[in-house]
Design a protein around this ligand. Structure first.
Ligand SMILES: C[S@@+](CC[C@H](N)C(=O)[O-])C[C@H]1O[C@@H](n2cnc3c(N)ncnc32)[C@H](O)[C@@H]1O
Length: 292
């Protein structure tokens, strides 16, 4: 494993959980084993809901052998899954969180580097055929998104594809007052840190502005706590993610300094989602770097 940026190690502990405490890193989720486990489980839920691991038209190329970057790969659940399916392709994962990457069990065609994608993606120009990035909604400021897309453009080969996945966190469909309060709080928290809460809706414009040709914006509605096992698992993941940022949510709403009060609110959200048949809209943006 290569470490390119020592500043990534600055952490703070809030209510027993470790969070980034580096002014260069906006990311809000904790950096610990519980969060890494959540991301592993989440991969299974997303793969099921999205009916596969990718949308870019690259199956044949992946089978023949191409070079792939998973940007902000976390514990590499997607990276390993796709790497195993396509052994002729070479996969590179990068993340600011080194602990998350399971170096000991990686497939032979996977490499990992620690890097801050908003500053420098540590590869030469025109290296990759395909760049995948999923769920940076809690991690990149407006400026960070611009810098990251610029870096992606630089390291992608002409004709290569990027594929970005983000949920519309700000506005789920068929909700009630409990989920609305949760969303208003998270939106306030993200916007106060210059993080665009509605990044899913901005992908089209941002990706075009960075020079890519947008080929597809796919919106996949995901059932939250209804429609059987998939809905239940998505709800469990959504709840777990919110539990993992309670210390930050309680800075916006002091009532949630109480673990019990927060738990009751989350229970009410789960009930509301079930009764109202809530949907989360998942946005996938597939775009290509022009050949010239
Ligand atoms: C919600 S997780 C998603 C992980 C993975 N993409 C997945 O879908 O399972 C977001 C990841 O982005 C990483 N991250 C956040 N800000 C980053 C930055 N500036 N540079 C590199 N990685 C970053 C976090 O450490 C975390 O592992």
């Amino acid at each position: 494993m290569v470490h390119t940026d020592d500043t990534v190690k600055q952490l703070q502990t809030l209510d027993g959980r470790k969070y980034h405490a580096n002014s260069k890193i906006a990311y809000l989720m904790p950096e610990d084993a519980d969060e890494a486990n959540r991301l592993q489980k989440q991969h299974v839920v997303l793969k099921y809901n999205l009916q596969g691991n990718f949308k870019a038209p690259l199956r044949e190329a992946l089978e023949e052998g191409i070079v792939v970057l998973d940007s902000g790969c976390g514990p590499a659940a997607w990276t390993f899954d796709v790497a195993k399916e396509f052994p002729n392709s070479k996969f590179h994962g990068i993340d600011i969180t080194p602990q998350a990457f399971p170096e000991d069990v990686k497939p032979d065609n996977c490499e990992f580097q620690v890097a801050n994608i908003t500053e420098h993606i540590p590869y030469p120009d025109n290296t990759f055929d395909y760049i995948h990035q999923r769920l940076l909604v809690m991690g990149l400021t407006h400026e960070n998104w611009d810098n990251t897309l610029k870096e992606m453009f630089r390291v992608l080969k002409p004709g290569g594809y990027i594929e970005l996945h983000e949920p519309n966190l700000m506005k789920m469909r068929n909700t009630g007052p409990f989920i609305k309060q949760l969303h208003d709080t998270i939106t306030g928290m993200l916007e106060s840190r210059q993080i665009p809460a509605n990044i899913a809706l901005q992908l089209d414009d941002r990706v075009s502005n960075a020079g890519f040709d947008v080929e597809q914006i796919i919106i996949t509605p995901m059932a939250v706590n209804h429609r059987g096992k998939a809905g239940e698992l998505l709800w469990e993941d959504y709840r777990h993610a919110y539990v993992n940022i309670r210390p930050l949510m309680s800075m916006q709403n002091p009532n949630w300094e109480s673990v019990k009060a927060y738990e009751l609110h989350m229970n009410a959200c789960g009930q509301e989602a079930k009764e109202k048949r809530t949907f989360l809209d998942w946005y996938t943006c597939v775009a290509q770097k022009p050949l010239k």
